[in-house]
Design a protein around this ligand. Structure first.
Ligand SMILES: [Zn+2]
Length: 84
């Protein structure tokens, strides 16, 4: 009896199930009871991304941006670096 790996797309629950090849693959998640279970082809591929937000904060590492009106508006007020 082969063992298959499943993952629920609704709650992320992963589990293994053994059934014959002729049996229909599972559909219902044992955790959340939703029919969002898919059978994984192979395991440990590392192709499944969980969540996002890897890039959202990278561009801020340069510190605060310069005053957008520095150099063009001599009367710029409220910008710490452009006091006259
Ligand atoms: Zn689930």
């Amino acid at each position: 009896m082969p063992t298959y790996e499943y993952e629920c797309k609704a709650c992320g629950h992963r589990f293994e199930a053994s059934h014959s090849m002729s049996a229909a693959p599972l559909k219902t998640c044992p955790e959340c009871r939703k029919d969002k279970v898919v059978r994984l082809i192979g395991s440990g591929s590392g192709l499944i991304f969980k969540g996002s937000g890897f890039y959202a904060t990278d561009y801020r590492k340069g510190g605060a941006p310069p005053c957008p009106s520095a150099g063009s508006k001599p009367s710029c007020s409220g910008c710490p670096g452009t006091q006259h």
